[in-house]
Structure formats: C-alpha cells, structure tokens
Design a protein around this ligand. Structure first.
Ligand code: V47
Length: 384
C-alpha cells in the first residue's frame, strides 16, 4: 500500500495533492480550490495535519494577553463591522485619552501578561503623536510587555491624518515601543468582495504594500482572512496566494489567522454565521496553502472553544491567548465570551492530545506549562 492510500482519501482529486504534500511540494491555485471545496473534510484535515506535525509536532501555542481598544469611533463604516460608531455619532462611542487607555490596560495587566493587542477605529483626531505617547506610556508602566498594535489599515490612516510618510510613521512608532502588528483588516483582497463588505477601506494591494513596509522596518506582523460572507472559494485562495507571495519576499508574517465572519449587529446581518465545517476546512486550507507562514491560529474567540480545539487536528497549532476584554467579536454576536483562564486553554490543548506551550508574541516559549490535567479543569470556562 502506498503512503497516499494509507490516508484513506475519499475524494480522488485529493490524491495528487497528497503526493505533493508528502513530498513537501508547493500547492498551486487549482490545488487550493480542490482543498477548499472538497467534500472529503477529513481527508483535507489529514493533509493539513501532516504539515502541522511536520512543522510543530504536537506543540500547540497560546499566550497570556489583553486587548486594548483606544477608540471605537471610525470613519470607515465597513458593512462587516459591528464594533464601530460613526464619526457623526462619536458621542455614543468611546475615545480614551492616553491616561485613560493606560488605566484601562492596568485593570488586567500584571507580570503574567506578556502582550497587549491594541487596535481601534479610524479616528481623525488620533494621530501619530497620540500613539507615540500611548506606546511610550504603556512601556513605562509595563516595561516587560510586548505591544502588538495597529493594523495595516490603521497605519495607512494615521500616516495620512498625520501628513507623514508611512516609513516615517513606522519608524517613529517603533522608536516609541511598537513591537509587532496584528493581522486584521485584510478581509478578502478581491475588489468585488471589498466593494460589498468594506468599500471605504484601504484596498487589498495597499494592505500588502503596507505590510511590506512594516516587514522592511524589521517589524513582524500577522495576517488574516475574513471568510464566510460573500466571498467565493477562488477568492479565498487568491487571498492566500497573495499573502504567500509577499511572505516569499519578506518572511515577515509569523502567523495566519482565518477569521470567521460574525454577522450579528452588522449591515450584513442577513447572512448566516459560518458553520463548523467551513471553519475547519478554512483552517486546513490556510495551513496547506501557506507553506511559508510558520503558525496557523485557531482564534477561539471567533470559533468558539470547541471548534478551535478541533481545529488543532486540521492544521492549527495556536489558540491565541487568554484575551481579556475582547470587543470586536462580542459586538458582532460572538458568544465565546472573553477571557479564558490559562488552565482552560491548556486543558483544551491537552484533551486534544497536544502539548501546550506558553509563548510570547514572537513564539518564544515562556516558562513551563501550568500542569493542568484534563481531569482537573474539565468543566466550564471561567472568565477572568
Ligand atoms: O480587522 C471585524 C475582523 C479583525 C468582524 O493578529 C470581524 O494576532 C468577524 O484581526 N466578524 C480584528 N470578524 C481581529 C484580528 C485579530 C484577532 C486575533 C488575533 C489577531 C492577531 C488579529 O476582525 C478586523 C476584521 O478583519 N472583524 N468585524 C465581524 N463582524
């Protein structure tokens, strides 16, 4: 029996793809479309798991982090978003001064928290000097903390609002304490889709150009893909191929996060939420297509704990973190809650037969695991 037949693939179109995966060869666009649309979900999952285990064995990463959203006022009015308050209604929203933002962060930051994930809206009055001061103040108060802040969309907007070249903005923010950038705002690069879900936003090519500049400045970033709305499978694959091409050039992406669309309270609330099948197949497709991005994150806040755990068998090797004070998904009907305890994350990883590794934002292991066993924390997540 050949190794491919050991994989018990039910879809004959997966066999040549399996040959490539086993040989470590790159998949092309047509392969990607087969993987994204195959009825043989378990076959696709087994292929993605081969790549996951080749790269990481059983190791499954998580971190201890807190989100901080300095404002929810945003001039972009994206149909996909339930988080923003438009500029004309800004009185209904929040915009923290630097002092207030630091106080909000301080509520939940102690020395166990290694990362602040900072994103907000496109607020015309929050310019480069605001973020420089914010980062400096956060580093002064919490010198150990990694600042993963500002999407490519925010960087683009802040540079324009501050009448500053992008390269200058990036270097000033880096000097002020910016350590890396989150992957948000990529959505789906196809113009057809962007016109329907986020028509006033920075376009796909510009998102990629900004990520290139960020990487050139020596700053790592993540990348994302928002799926499960009006996009087609081919548009998902083209999105992944654009990310792969940039990664070949810069090597600056450390993690890919497929984001499951949550329609509630958005202008797209006529669309159904994603099903678990699309969720895990998109994780697997991302793992298989992005052969040059080291980590695939199953973001439990968007997937829910249970699908995120199952995704660990479909190519994911990271669950994100404890995520205290998440507001974007919860505004759009996310029910996973916010704030998982470290023991619960470790339980989910161990119950999946994997080995938990507490990491920092750059995937360096931190200390030892909390030694939670499935029997000690089996029931119920508790918010922290
Ligand atoms: O940029 C907005 C998306 C992103 C909705 O880099 C929505 O480590 C689903 O990027 N339904 C923010 N998604 C989240 C994000 C992220 C999360 C965790 C880790 C990292 C990382 C990045 O969420 C936005 C947008 O693409 N989003 N609205 C919605 N209704």
């Amino acid at each position: 029996m050949s190794i491919v037949s050991d994989l018990r693939l039910l879809d004959p179109h997966l066999a040549p793809i399996a040959e490539k995966v086993l040989a470590g060869d790159r998949l092309d666009r047509a392969d990607g479309i087969v993987v994204a649309t195959s009825d043989d979900l378990l076959g696709v999952g087994r292929l993605a798991n081969i790549v996951r285990e080749r790269l990481h064995g059983d190791r499954t990463y998580y971190n201890i982090n807190r989100h901080l959203n300095p404002t929810n006022v945003c001039v972009a009015s994206c149909k996909l978003c339930a988080y923003y308050v438009p500029w004309r209604d800004r009185e209904r929203g929040w915009t923290y001064s630097v002092e207030q933002a630091v106080e909000v962060a301080a509520r939940d930051v102690d020395e166990s928290v290694s990362e602040l994930h900072i994103v907000g809206g496109l607020h015309p009055q929050l310019r480069a000097d605001y973020y420089e001061e914010l980062f400096r103040e956060l580093k002064r108060r919490f010198p150990w903390i990694h600042l993963k802040a500002l999407t490519m969309i925010e960087l683009d907007f802040i540079a324009t609002a501050s009448r500053m070249e992008l390269t200058e903005l990036i270097s000033r923010l880096k000097e002020a304490g910016l350590d890396s950038c989150p992957g948000g705002g990529a959505e789906i690069f196809a113009e057809r889709v962007r016109n329907q879900i986020c028509d006033h936003k920075t376009d796909g090519n510009r998102w990629l150009d900004i990520a290139r500049e960020v990487h050139r400045a020596g700053i790592r970033s993540n990348c994302t893909m928002l799926y499960g709305h009006v996009e087609r499978a081919e548009e998902r694959i083209d999105h992944l191929l654009s990310l792969r091409e940039l990664q070949d050039e810069t090597g600056g992406f450390q993690c890919m996060i497929p984001l499951a669309f949550h329609p509630e309270n958005t202008e797209l609330d006529h669309l159904p939420p994603t099903g678990g099948r699309l969720d895990v197949q998109t994780i697997a497709t991302s793992r298989l297509m992005l052969d040059n991005v080291p980590h695939i994150k199953a973001y439990w806040i968007m997937l829910g704990e249970k699908i995120a755990q199952v995704a660990l068998d479909f190519g994911a090797n990271d669950l994100d973190g404890t995520v205290v004070d998440e507001r974007i998904t919860s505004a759009a009907g996310g029910t996973a809650g916010t704030g998982l305890e470290r023991q619960r994350l470790e339980y989910l990883i161990r119950e999946a037969g994997r080995t938990p590794v507490l990491r920092d934002t750059l995937y360096r292991p931190l200390g030892s695991s909390s030694a939670a066993s499935p029997s000690s924390v089996g029931a119920g997540a508790s918010a922290s």
